[in-house]
Write a protein of this length. Sequence first.
Length: 566
Amino acid sequence: MKTKLKRVFSWLDDHFLLVISGFLIAFIPLYPKIPLFEAIPGYIVRVRLEDLLVLFASFVWLVQVLRHKVRWKTPIFALILVYVATGVLSVLSAVFLTKTVPLELIHVGKTALHLFRYLEYFSLFLITFSAIKSKKDANILVNIFAFTIVVVSIYGYGQKYYYWPVFSTMNREFSKGVVLYLTEHARVQSTFGGHYDLAAFLVISLNLVLAIAFKQKNKWLKTFYYGVHLLGLWLLIMTASRTSFIAYLFGALSIIWLIAKEKTKIKEQLKWGLSRTALLVFVTLIMMFSFGADMSARFLHVLQGYPQVTAVYQNLNDYRKQAGKFVLVAVGLKERDIQPPQDGIGVGDLDEVLTPSDQRPIDQKPADVYVDVPITVKIATQSADGTTYMIDSEQGRTWSENALKYGLSTAIRLDALWPNAIKGFLSNPLLGSGYATLNKEGVFHFTEAESTDNNFLRTLGETGLLGFISFYGIVFLAIHLAYKFYQAKKGYASTISIGFIGASLGLLLNATYIDVFAASKVAFTYWALTGVVMAVFYLDSSQKQFKCQKLIKWIESLKKHFSHEN
């Protein structure tokens, strides 16, 4: 009995980080964003169960490092340290130099909280990197990731057709843990806090499983991964996120032509690449014809300012509707015919619940605004005895030219978010204006949430050129190493490297319109996947048959600089 227990504890000692990594890879995307308590009073960022679990996993990792049980020193870790140091300097600059952050606990605490969140995201890289000691370990984590996509897709289907609960963080009221359901025009967000976060997660996951499906030799596993990809593609279309959809296609095409490049002859490369590209386009069109009504409407919003292009698009969309109905009937699917939960709150209705009104303005509004909720403003009035007091009054909203031309979503970026980020960058080009400062209307203004909807501009605005170079330097170094490994053409390890490259390129494109690297579920997933790929890379880079000798010498020189691996 003692011998068996000893073996069990010995196995756990060797594999506990792998168990934790697998659990977190599944748990973080699957567990809804239900808050435990506020991190800062009045702030939308709240502490959740995943934060405590990541903290525990980080503690286990640190113990294993101190015991010299795991390896962890890599050039990527060195760049992470550079970024963290830059982030600390940015905070100090914001408080003492540019004074964009008041020297008050609540303001400094909020800025420091965002720096800590990046540390939390990076911790998943270290945990998964240290957990993997063989290719079998990496394969386990990748398969867990694939099954997670299936569950996320199933839950999204339940939300779309059966009113399964929605937990959103799209505004402060949502983020309190309010149980919602999807209304007619609300976009599917599954277990995520918003449809944009879900779409960005799918940009990562769909490209990874697509690469594995293309290169998988076992026909049953190939079928499984293609099935996972189709489920995820349906869910991506249900999010109606235009940028993420384009980012996914960009990553997928990158994967196809990277694999095609492995063929020895140019004719074979063109044949394989063009045939898979045609297959991808065909499948995507079928999915769009069948389920892409909201996605098509979203694309149409961008074309509102171009009447001739809009007319062509609308004609094509009419064909899509007809073909879509045919496909839905053919496969036996139909729109939900059950009633929403009694006394439930719809995602599109919460503003009306919070701001009731008996009359709605009928002025022209942006194409992506379905319910024109009025603004409540304070106005002064006098009573019969001459006393002046303030009352709430509802007024119709006014829309900018960009809102009417491109839609409200794009206009918010063009009119406010992006100019604010540029302003933050100009306040200190080297270190920016500090974390959580870009949406402030004044130095002492306490914002309830942060968003720039362009991760590049956000990084520039908050941490300046130094933060921009150090942060994206990490991403591009990881892509560079993955590409070198792809060039070595080493089976499964090369496959996930190709998937990682496609996922990274897609996510970088997605970052032009969404703060994907600051979204917790997306960032956790990306850095965990980075840890998996880099771990496999290091496993093979120590083998003699690995032919990329120049890269080995470069890595060894870096190892000597940052000390030898454990």
